[in-house]
Design a protein around this ligand. Structure first.
Ligand code: HEC
Ligand code: HEC
Length: 315
C-alpha cells in the first residue's frame, strides 16, 4: 500500500525525481562540451581567464571522458532502477518488490523453521515445559518482546503491573498454567468500584485503611484500625472477611504485604475513594496459541513457590 494520503503527492514526487535526473543529464551535456567558457582571443594559453593569488589559473578543459561516462552510467542506472523498483510516486516497479513483502517472506520462512519446535512444545503440558531449557529460552524471548514493557524484564512488575515472580498468595488469580494462559490470551480487567460512599466520611475511610494495614502487620494506628474493623464489612464481599482476597474475583489478598497499587494509608484511601480499574490487553492478536503456551511456561518458571515474599512497595 502506498503511504501517500492523496493522488497529488505521488505525481509531485515522481515529477521531481524525473526532473532532477533530466537536469543532471543536461548539466553533463553542457559540461562535456569542448570547453566550459569561450574566451576567444582573451586566453590563448587555454585557461578560463580566471586568476587567483596573482598566478593561479584555471585550465579550460572538458571533464575527463571516463569521469563523464561514470555519470552517464549513474543516470542510466537510476532510470532502470525506477522502472524495476518502487521509487516513482506510487508506481510499484515491474519487480513488485517491497520491504513489506520481503519482511512477510522472512517471517513465513522463520515461522516454518520453528514450527516443528513449537509443535513439540505444544504437545507437552505447560507444567512440564518449565523443565525444558529450550522452551524457557523461547519463552524468555517472547516475554522480553511482548510482556517486559509492562511487567519488567525480570517479571517483577511495578506499581499497577503485577509482579509475576511472587508466591501464589500475592497473585490476583491462581498462580497456575491455566490462569496465565487465559490471562495472556484474553487479557484481564481488575475492577474495584469506588467504595467511599459505602464506608462513610474521611475519618471512616482513614480508619478502614488503618485496619487494612493492620492485616499485614504494617505500621498503623491501632485506635483507628479497631474503629475501621466494622467498616471492612463493605470490603468483605470481594476481599473476604479476613481480607485474604478472592482469586475468582481478582480481589487481592490485603494481608500479604504485597501492594500492587502502592503501600500506605494514602494509597489505600485512594483505592477506596476512586476505585481501581486495571487493564491488561489481550495478547491473542499478537501471539499464537503455541507461543502463549510457551511464554506461560516461562512465566511459571519465574515464580517458584519458595520465592520469598516481596518487600512492601512504597507508593
Ligand atoms: C500493556 C501492559 C501489559 C502487557 C503488554 C502485558 N501485561 Fe500482563 N498484566 C498487565 C496488567 C495491568 C495486569 C493486571 C490486571 C489486573 O489488575 O487485573 C496484568 C496481569 C497479568 C497476569 C495476572 C497476574 C496475577 O497476579 O494474577 C499475568 C499472568 C500476566 N499479566 C502475564 C503477562 C504476559 C505473559 C504478558 C506477555 C505475553 C503480559 N502479561 C503482557 C499489563 C500488561
Ligand atoms: C466489588 C469488589 C470489591 C470491593 C467491594 C472492594 N474491592 Fe478492593 N479491590 C478489588 C479488586 C478487583 C482489586 C484489584 C484491582 C486490580 O486488579 O488492580 C482491588 C484492589 C484493592 C486495593 C489495592 C491492593 C494492592 O495490592 O495495591 C486495596 C488497598 C483495596 N482494594 C481495598 C479495598 C477496601 C478497603 C475496600 C472496602 C472499602 C475494598 N477494597 C472493596 C475489588 C473490590
Amino acid at each position: 500500500m502506498s503511504d501517500f494520503v492523496n493522488g497529488f503527492w505521488p505525481w509531485y514526487v515522481a515529477a521531481i525525481s524525473i526532473a532532477s535526473i533530466l537536469a543532471c543529464g543536461l548539466l553533463l551535456y553542457l559540461a562535456g562540451k569542448a570547453s566550459v567558457v569561450s574566451h576567444a582571443g582573451k586566453a590563448p594559453d587555454n585557461t578560463t581567464g580566471h586568476v587567483w593569488d596573482e598566478n593561479l589559473r584555471e585550465l579550460n578543459n572538458p571533464l575527463p571522458r571516463w569521469w563523464l561516462w561514470l555519470f552517464i552510467l549513474t543516470i542510466v542506472f537510476s532510470l532502470i532502477y525506477l522502472v524495476v523498483f518502487p521509487g516513482l510516486g506510487s508506481f510499484k516497479g515491474v519487480s513488485r518488490w517491497s520491504t513489506e513483502l520481503e519482511h512477510q517472506q522472512d517471517v513465513t520462512q522463520l515461522r516454518a523453521q520453528v514450527a516443528p519446535l513449537y509443535a513439540a512444545f505444544a504437545a507437552q503440558p505447560v507444567e512440564s515445559l518449565v523443565n525444558d531449557p529450550r522452551a524457557l529460552a523461547a519463552g524468555e524471548r517472547l516475554f522480553m518482546n511482548n510482556c517486559s514493557q509492562c511487567h519488567g524484564s525480570d517479571g517483577a512488575g511495578s506499581k499497577g503491573f503485577p509482579n509475576l515472580t511472587n508466591v501464589n498468595s500475592a497473585w490476583l488469580g491462581e498462580r497456575s498454567a491455566a490462569h496465565i494462559v487465559q490471562t495472556v490470551t484474553n487479557g484481564r480487567t481488575g475492577m474495584m468500584p469506588p467504595m467511599g460512599a459505602a464506608v462513610g466520611n474521611d475519618a471512616d475511610i482513614s480508619a478502614v485503611a488503618n485496619y487494612v494495614l493492620s492485616l499485614s502487620g504494617s505500621p498503623h494506628d491501632a485506635g483507628k484500625a479497631s474503629a475501621g474493623k466494622t467498616k471492612f464489612a463493605a470490603c468483605a464481599a470481594c476481599h473476604g472477611a479476613d481480607g485474604k482476597g478472592n482469586k475468582a474475583l481478582g480481589a487481592p489478598d490485603l494481608s500479604d504485604n504485597y501492594w500492587l497499587h502502592g503501600w500506605g494509608e494514602a494509597a489505600i484511601v485512594n483505592a477506596v475513594k476512586n476505585g481501581k480499574n486495571n487493564v491488561m490487553p489481550a495478547q491473542s492478536p499478537k501471539l499464537s496459541a503455541q507461543q502463549i503456551h510457551v511464554v506461560a511456561a516461562y512465566v511459571l518458571s519465574l515464580s517458584k513457590t519458595s520465592v520469598a515474599m516481596a518487600a512492601p512497595k512504597t507508593p
